[in-house]
Ligand binder design. Sequence first.
Ligand SMILES: O=C(O)c1ccccc1NCC(=O)[C@H](O)[C@H](O)COP(=O)(O)O
Length: 225
Amino acid sequence: MTEPLVKLCGNRSKQDLAYSADSQATHLGFIFVQGTKRYVRPELVGRWLYEIKPHQKLVGVFVEPTLEELEIVLHYVPLDIIQLHGNETVSEVLQIKEHFAVPVYKVIHHADFGVDYMHLFKGAVDGFVVDSKVKGAYGGTGVRFDWKAIPSYMKEAEHQGVPCLIAGGITDENAAEVLNYHPGGIDLSSGTETDNKKDRNKIQALMREVENYGTSISGSTRAVR
Ligand SMILES: O=C(O)c1ccccc1NCC(=O)[C@H](O)[C@H](O)COP(=O)(O)O
C-alpha cells in the first residue's frame, strides 16, 4: 500500500500559495478556467512561484482549453501536470499531449458509467481525478460523491497503471473516512478554505490526518506521481 498524494488546488493568491507550499502536500493546483471564482492569471502565478519556489509538483486546471490557451499558461507557469476538467475527448487529449511534453490527468465526474468512461482514456492519459458531478459546475464545488465507488475507480486506474485522485468535498474532518477507501490521492480546494482563502489551520489539520493514515499502513511508500 502506498501513501496518498495530496493536491491542494485552487490557490488564488500569493498567501494561498505560501500556506499550501509550506505543507507536506505533493501537488499544488491553479485554476486557469476564466470566469470561475478561483481563476488566476498565469503571469501572476509565475511571479508567485518565482518568489516562493514550492517543492511540490504544479498542476494547471483547465476546461476544454485551446492549444493557444495552454501555450500562454505554459509560457508563465512550468506545469508538471495538465488537469482537464471538462468534456475533452480522447483525441483532444492526444492532441494536447502531442503538442506539449506535459503529463495529462483527466477528470471523471462520478456517475453510473464513470468507470467505463475512464476506460475510454486508457493509454491516453497519465492519471485521473474523480470528482463529484454537480450541475452547472466543473469542479471545486465542496460536494462529495458516494465514496463506496472509490474501489472500482482505483481498480481501473491500477489496471491502466496510472494514479487516481479523489476530489469533491474532502475536508480535514472527513479525510480519514475517504482515506479508508485507499485512494491514490486526494484533491482539495473548498475544504482547505475559509472565506475564499486558504486556511493554514485546515491545511495543517488535513496533513495530520494524512500522516496518521500513513503511519497506519505499514511499509508504505509514496505513490507514483
Ligand atoms: O475550483 C474551481 O472553481 C474550478 C472551476 C472549474 C474547474 C475546476 C475547478 N476546481 C478544481 C479543483 O479545485 C479540484 O480539482 C477539486 O474539484 C476540488 O473540489 P472541492 O474540494 O470540492 O472544492
